[in-house]
Design a protein around this ligand. Structure first.
Ligand code: AP5
Ligand code: MG
Length: 289
């Protein structure tokens, strides 16, 4: 299964990706996590990516595509994966489609997380992440005054706020989402891959909605060739021609008829008019007037 999780920052993609990983045994491929790891290791990619991430901008496509190519070529991705935060613009979507076409393994579904912006801002402000294992928490989920701990191991440090989760960067990330990522909704809807989820609900409810959506049969709207509209038959401007044989007969008949008329006219001219009693009376009447 090859799935894309699409949604605004803080809509819950990372949280749900980890749950889908457990449910389906597929790896989570998060470009955000891969980039953060590159930054932490100080790799060449990481150094280039850091400035864009701190500013809430998208990291350059060639860096992201390089990272994703390497990751999808790893053996655990052969059975499928959950793509979290990738693709994020049209160029990345096209590159992913080309990559998958080359290995004849198309996407199965794109799950869209719908969450109102007010809720998103609250979630991001309260998010805390374990720097050791990447587990995601929220301060709103623990009782007031209680310490927030990573539940993945007693030796894990207290979860911390992500450096890009400050107010200025969050509003820039939301702008970038609107401008560059939102158009992918239509892009995948046209391909019949999009499954929109109301993700403004407790995490367990969202998980069951996602699984329900994934189990729906996916019917990609294949681009069907439109049948060429039949051209309306143009009305003949000239009357249909008769077959040659018929035309010959008609012409002959016309000639004969014409000859008869000519003969009749000649005969009439040659024969002096007979003066009938009726005509004689009419002549007398004219003479009297
Ligand atoms: P990335 O790490 O991908 O960040 P993001 O997309 O901004 O999304 P988030 O990780 O902030 O949110 P999320 O949807 O995963 O929500 P989460 O589950 O954590 O990217 C970071 C940066 O890297 C980008 O800004 C960019 O610079 C760069 N980058 C990454 N990918 C890129 C790409 N493809 N191209 C170019 N640049 C790229 O949840 C948020 C909080 O809400 C948590 O505290 C969680 O506990 C809580 N929560 C989750 N679900 C619920 C729920 N149902 N109810 C209540 N609370 C919930
Ligand atoms: Mg995330």
């Amino acid at each position: 299964m090859r799935i894309v999780l699409l949604g605004a920052p803080g809509s819950g993609k990372g949280t749900q990706a980890q749950r889908l990983v457990q449910r389906f045994g597929l790896p989570q491929v998060s470009t955000g996590d891969l980039l953060r790891s590159a930054v932490a290791r100080g790799t060449a990619y990481g150094l280039q990516a850091k400035a864009a991430m701190d500013a809430g901008q998208l990291v350059a496509d060639d860096i992201v595509l390089g990272i994703i190519r390497e990751r999808l070529a790893e053996p655990d991705a052969a059975r499928g994966y959950v793509l979290d935060g990738f693709p994020r613009n049209q160029a990345q979507a096209r590159a992913l489609a080309a990559m998958l076409k080359a290995i004849d393994r198309p996407l199965d579904a794109v799950l869209l997380f719908n969450v109102p912006y007010g809720e998103i801002v609250k979630r991001i402000a309260g998010r805390r992440t374990c720097s050791k294992c990447g587990a995601v928490y929220n301060i709103h989920d623990v009782p007031p005054g209680a310490p927030l701990r990573c539940t993945q191991g007693a030796d894990h440090p207290a979860p911390v706020q992500r450096p890009d989760d400050n107010e200025a960067t969050v509003s820039r990330r939301l702008e970038v989402y609107e401008k560059q990522t939102r158009p992918l909704i239509d892009h995948y809807a046209r391909q019949g891959l999009l499954r929109a989820i109301d993700a403004n609900a407790p995490p367990d409810v969202v998980t069951s909605r996602l699984i329900g959506a994934l189990l729906q049969p996916v019917k990609p709207k294949r681009a069907t060739k439109k049948k060429a509209a039949r051209k309306p038959v143009a009305k003949r401007k000239t009357p249909k021609r008769k077959p040659a044989a018929k035309r010959k007969v008609t012409a002959k008949r016309k000639t004969v008829a014409k000859r008869k008329v000519v003969k009749r006219v000649k005969r009439a001219k040659a024969t002096p008019r007979r003066v009938t009693a009726k005509r004689r009376a009419a002549g007398k009447r004219r003479a009297r007037r």
